[in-house]
Design a protein around this ligand. Sequence first.
Ligand code: AMP
Ligand code: FES
Ligand code: ZN
Length: 303
Amino acid sequence: MKCKICKSTAVVALKSHNAGFCARCYKDFFARQVARGIESQKLFTREERILVALSGGKDSLALMLELARQDYDVTGLHIDLGIPGASAGARGVVERFCSKHGLKLMVRDMAAEGLPIPAVKARLNRPVCSACGKIKRHFFNKTALDEGFDALATGHNLDDEVARLFSNTLRWDTAYLSDQGPMLAGERGFARKVKPLWRLTEFETANYAFLMGIEHHYAPCPYSPGASFTTLKGLLQRLEAAMPGRKLDFYQGFLKRGRPVFARREAEEGIALNPCTLCGYPTSSGDLCGVCRIRAALRTAQA
Ligand code: AMP
Ligand code: FES
Ligand code: ZN
C-alpha cells in the first residue's frame, strides 16, 4: 500500500479514512485531527493555560506531546494513587516523559493527601474504582482552579467517548447525555474540561505514540478486573469493521442533534449544587463532598 499523500510506502492503514500513510504523513494526519477537534469545538486557544492529566498511558502522553508540538501552553498533572506495584511505575513513566521533552509537570501524591487508594479500598465494601475516579476528578478540578489554569484536558479518545455514549444511551441516562462531549464549560467551582483526542480512535492514537517513540505504562490497575466498557468497545469495534466511519458519525450526530435536546431538558429540571462544608468545592449533597466523606471515613478507621 502507498501513502495517500506522498506515495511512498505506507506504514499505517486506516479503513475509516480509506487511506494509508507513511510515518511522516501519518503524524501530519494525527496533528490535523487534533487541530480540527480543538478548533471545531472551540476547546481552548493558544493564549490559555492548559493542565493535561497524565496517567502514564499512551493516550494522555500522546495528547501532551501533540499539544506542545502545536505550541499550546501545557503543564502535565499526574495523580500518584499510591497503589503498590502500579503507581510508582506510572509516575516514573510520566516523569521521564516530561523531562525528556522539557515539559512542565505537577504531581499530586494521594498518600500525602491522606487518600492512598489501598487504604480507601480497605475501607469500602464495594469495588474501589468509582471512589478512585471521584478522587482523581476532584484533584484534577482542584489543581486546575487553585493554580489558575483555563482548562483541564484528559486523554479520552473516540472509542472511550462512543462507548460511554452508548452506555449512557442504553440506560437513557438523560443527566449524563445532557453534558457528555469533548467540552464541558467551566462553571460554579468547576474547571472547563476538554478531550482534544475525541476525533481519534485508540488504534490511531497508539500508532502515533509508537511512531513518536513514546514509552508508556503497560501495567493495568491491580484493582480493576478489566478496562472499562470492554464489552461495548468490542461491539462497537465489530460495527466499525462492517461500517467504517460509523463511530465518528454516531458521535458527531449526537453532539449536533442529540445533546442539545438533553441539555435543554436538564436545564429545566436543574440540580442545586452547594459548596462542601469542609473544602468548599461544589457538591449536590448539601454537606460534605464525596472526597471529604472518604477522607473522614479513613480518619475514623485509623483513630
Ligand atoms: P482512564 O479512565 O484510566 O482511561 O483515564 C482517562 C484519562 O484520565 C487519561 O487519559 C488521563 O488523561 C486521565 N488520568 C487517568 N488516571 C490518571 C492519573 N493517575 N493521573 C493523571 N491523569 C490521569
Ligand atoms: Fe483507580 Fe484502579 S486506577 S482503582
Ligand atoms: Zn469537600
